[in-house]
Design a protein. Structure first.
Length: 287
């Protein structure tokens, strides 16, 4: 399944959960963490458990509470039997946190009669300084690793930073560096990289710019915190007609089997062919 857009949905809001069913998002993240107050988490778990009974077009994920917390264990016990596609893991200090979850999940999957390791894990891999320093450890990917994403807000708080963006709304150097490291770590682990959210949900131009930049750099999808953000994200991560036409021309240019080719006055080599085939495969999968 191609997952271009992941929409966060507060799991304690029946209204928002119902509305999310009609979203064009490729994946829904039923949130039991930051968008739910501690006193509402019991209700949120029950609503999430019920929501997972519906087999929807979207891939269903659950953001649990941080590993090591009592809420984390309660979250997993509540949702595993519903067989979500995966769990979003916040504030993961490194792959060892996923190994801890894997052990819990094997027990819960067995109790629920589910295949072992059917539920995947997607860590938000930069929300603590330790997590940033542990990114290289994903070179030996832990079980269940589906993708890597990153977060700027919690990291800023952990660093004591006054802001993570400059006067133009662009990420400061430190956060750009962390973002790049996540992309590299994901590719080293052989999984997709998912761009972080664009917090200003009214800034559609900024969102579109961020999503298209992420796609060009190698991210395969992006997080969304508002339903209106989903369509621009999907568009950014979908090959355009011009992209497809160019990719077809590149592939045709290599039809003779040569290692290099010329197209429109430019020399092409094997990386261009690989990228062209990737565009065509993605377009076909989305169709």
């Amino acid at each position: 399944m191609i997952l271009r857009s992941f929409l966060f949905v507060p799991a304690d809001s029946e209204k928002k959960l119902v509305k999310a069913k009609t979203s064009p998002a490729d994946a829904l993240i039923l949130d039991l963490e930051d968008s739910v107050t501690p006193e509402n988490r019991g209700k949120a778990r029950g609503l999430t458990r019920d929501f997972l009974q519906d087999r929807l077009r979207q891939s269903l994920w659950v953001r649990i509470n941080p590993v090591g917390s009592a809420d984390c264990v309660a979250d997993m016990k509540a949702v595993v039997a519903g067989r979500p596609a995966g769990l979003i893991v916040p504030k993961a200090d490194g792959p060892h946190a996923l190994l801890t979850l894997d052990a819990h999940l094997i027990t819960l999957e067995t109790q629920a009669g589910l295949p072992q390791r059917a539920i995947q894990l997607l860590p938000v891999a930069t929300e603590t300084p330790t997590a940033v320093l542990s990114l290289q450890d994903y070179r030996s990917p832990p079980p269940r690793l589906a993708a890597l994403s990153w977060g700027a807000e919690d990291l800023s708080a952990a660093l004591g930073a006054a802001t993570n963006r400059d006067e133009h709304g662009e990420f400061l150097f430190l956060h750009k560096m962390v973002r790049a490291l996540v992309l590299i770590a994901a590719k080293a682990a052989g999984v997709d990289a998912i761009e972080t959210l664009h917090a200003d949900f009214r800034d559609m131009k900024g969102l579109e710019r961020a999503a298209r930049l992420a796609q060009r750099e190698g991210f395969s999808g992006m997080l969304a915190i508002h339903p209106d953000q989903v369509a621009p994200i999907n568009a950014a991560f979908t090959p355009s007609a011009a992209d497809i036409a160019h990719a077809k021309k590149v592939v045709a240019a290599f039809a003779s089997g040569a290692g290099v080719a010329a197209l429109d006055g430019k020399m092409l080599d094997q990386p261009h062919l690989v990228q062209a085939r990737h565009v065509l495969a993605l377009a076909q999968a989305l169709r």
